[in-house]
Design a binder for this molecule. Sequence first.
Ligand code: KG4
Ligand code: ZN
Length: 363
Amino acid sequence: MYIDIAKEKFNKLKKEYKTKDILILGIESSCDDTSIAIVKNGRDIISMSTSSQIDIHNKFGGVVPEVASRNHLLSIDGVLDDCLEKANLKLQQIDAIAVTYGAGLVGSLMVGVNYAKALAFALEIPLIAVNHIKGHISANYLTHKELKPPFISLIVSGGHTALVKVNNYVKNTLIGSTIDDAVGECYDKVAKVMGLGYPGGVVIDKKSHDGENTIQFINHEIMPNTFDFSFSGVKTTVINYLHKLNQKGEEINVENVCTSFQTQVMNEVVEKTIKACKKFKEKKLVVGGGVSANSYLREQLISEGKENKIEVFFPEISLTGDNGAMIASEGYFQLISGEGLSDIDLTAEPNINLKVVRRKEKF
Ligand code: KG4
Ligand code: ZN
């Protein structure tokens, strides 16, 4: 039986990891990037290959799920070949396969999950199921070689906005999350209405350098006295503002809209994040997800961190978005903690959140 062989190898690797290098192949296909990487000991990227679908979805103004899964299927073989070639390694030298099984688009996830299952089965090596959000946290282990839990983590992406207390490599407590849109989703929708293309986060970020914070979009604290977020209200306010000016035929100062939107949204995120660090008396803050590339967020968290003696960590920019390396890294830390081993019946789970005990925090 596959699982008996996998279990035996998994337990052997778990015992050997202090004396032997472990190579994990990580597969990420939860949204519109097909990315595969080989990572050594959870910390060093040996090689990575990514096929982006941005140009394909740009013309639709957002990701079209059916188109995304078809393109994952078309590109995944080539991505794997390229990754192995760059590493100058053969599949037989890989110790375990880690794959994102959720959260994400079900069709896209299924491509990666089935591919990973076939590889693990054929190679008779362990298959490790990885939660995408945890992968974003682990991107930091690749950038900061000495970083270890515990810490507070802020995950900001196109699909998630969450504050998490990371107790050790595998145990987390969710302390707050968005009740509606994710922050990146909000950036993308506002950008779409302004005709700035998809994904819009990086464009708004760039344009905000040339504008001023002159338009008030948020006039009260969002979700006061909790660590939860809500972004659909501000998104609607910005979109209504844009429609109103359009109807009146008035000119829109795109740069000022970008700066005002970004400053006000990010100030809310920064304030809650610093409050969470203080409340849980954590001196380390680890940020992850596509939106962690944002220049204003980085600047503000670093400056607030300094003021409050909190050390702030971000992944290098190339590892902020979805990538196979963060999945391989997370897979490694699950392996050495004895968690995440999966059988061949692993399925895609589009709606999983963190496997955590939910604590409703008030401050
Ligand atoms: O983590 P990610 O690649 O995919 C998800 O898991 O969702 O995040 C993508 C999101 C998009 O919404 C994109 O607009 C946003 O990250 N993003 C940014 C920036 N770069 C990417 N948002 C704000 N500022 C940026 N510089
Ligand atoms: Zn992501």
